[in-house]
Design a protein around this ligand. Structure first.
Ligand SMILES: Cc1cc2nc3c(=O)[nH]c(=O)nc-3n(C[C@H](O)[C@H](O)[C@H](O)COP(=O)(O)O)c2cc1C
Length: 361
């Protein structure tokens, strides 16, 4: 059967379907559990959480499912040297964004407090709670961490946006590589070259990686139905990771408006922008994102840009100025059909099965 892949066996799951983890408070225990309980692998994006919060979350997941699940962290979670920015750069960001703060009738915020990386402390908790899978983006954890994961029976999967990144992940001993194509929603998790120079689509990336790498590959980006899964498997993927289609379900922590936007005609147009967080990410094309193309030099580094814009986002939501917000979305959104995680999972399984069955006739 199509679902008996090496990656599925390694992960201990029935169907090689991973629900993409969502950082920034879009994941829920309910979503993780419903996907894992139906034979796929749910994933929780934990990069903004404190170590204590991750430990508490893990207890909740374990109470909701006895099946394998994935916890995800960002290896590199700041681009700010010393955690802060020079005054001059902050002034540039203030003047670029002043018209938008004025439009909403709110004050320009003060400089965000210095940011300290959380990864090192977070990863200690991962080693304690031992999820079946620890997936990571934006780099490779130190060798000693990967070694401890191996000793404790935690599988590891790292995201690659280029062949070079896949080779680095394989050399480091990651158990799986997530080929993250240009189509995907959310941030581009590039860590060698700039994200703007790492914009290969899922299929080309998958084939390139399969040519050179022996580690099982999980295809991510632009997959939302059984035909997409069948295509990824045909091209050599051992599993798929699906984000946007699960983000659009009621079980995710996306706001009602965000979910409505994913099902609206607006989702026909997405773009990659640095304007909202300081790192390049894909969302539904919005006025601010278009206005600020080519103004990257006046933005703050990640994550200070998100902190700086938090009051603007809050006011835009309160005033329903939706064109001032980036609603995260992949390019596949116009093909979405399901608002419940269970019906999405069910149809992913039955459509993929039907696809392979008709090949036999
Ligand atoms: C809102 C949002 C947040 C995401 N956050 C993370 C994250 O923190 N870590 C991660 O590895 N991937 C993250 N992703 C990527 C997904 O896990 C998944 O790989 C991607 O969405 C697959 O592409 P698709 O959106 O075309 O299905 C995020 C995606 C979205 C849409």
């Amino acid at each position: 059967m199509w679902y008996n892949t090496k990656a599925a066996a390694l992960l201990g799951i029935h169907y090689p379907i991973l629900q993409g983890p969502f950082g920034g408070n879009f994941s829920t225990v309910e979503l993780v559990a419903s996907v894992s309980n139906m034979g796929g692998m749910g994933g929780y994006g934990a990069y903004t959480l404190s170590p204590q919060e991750i430990a508490g979350l893990d207890k909740q997941i374990k109470a909701a499912t006895d099946k394998p699940y994935n916890i995800n962290l960002w290896v590199s979670d700041t681009d700010a040297a010393d955690g802060t920015v020079p005054e001059e750069q902050f002034k540039k960001a203030q003047s670029l964004f002043k018209p938008y703060f004025d439009e909403l009738g709110i004050e320009l915020p003060e400089k965000p407090p210095p940011f300290t990386s959380r990864f090192e402390n977070q990863v200690q908790v991962i080693l304690d709670i031992r999820p079946k899978l620890f997936s990571f983006v934006f780099g490779v954890p130190p060798a000693v961490i990967l070694e401890q994961c191996r000793k404790k029976g935690i599988l590891t999967a790292g995201a690659a946006t280029t062949l070079d990144e896949a080779l680095v992940l394989e050399a480091a001993g990651a158990d799986m590589i997530i080929a993250s194509g240009f189509e995907a929603g959310g941030h581009r998790p590039s860590f060698l070259a700039a994200a703007e120079l790492s914009e290969t689509g899922t299929f080309a990336l998958l084939r390139m990686i399969k040519e050179k790498v022996k580690t099982p590959v999980i295809a991510a980006g632009g997959i939302a139905d059984g035909n997409g899964i069948a295509a990824a498997l045909a091209l050599g993927a051992g599993a798929v990771q699906i984000g946007t289609a699960f983000l659009a379900t009621d079980e995710s922590n996306a706001t009602t408006r965000h979910r409505q936007m994913l099902f609206s005609d607006a989702a026909r147009h997405t773009l990659l922008s640095r304007a909202f967080t300081g790192r390049l990410g894909r969302g539904i094309t919005s006025r601010i994102a278009k206005d600020l193309m080519h103004h990257e030099n006046s933005l703050l580094p990640f994550p200070l840009q998100s902190q700086f814009l938090a009051p603007l986002r809050k006011a835009a939501i309160e005033q329903e100025k939706w064109d001032m917000i980036l609603f995260w979305s992949g390019q596949i959104a116009p093909a979405l059909k399901h608002t419940k995680a269970a019906s999405l999972m069910q149809s992913l399984i039955s459509e993929t099965t039907a696809y392979f069955e008709q090949l036999k006739n």
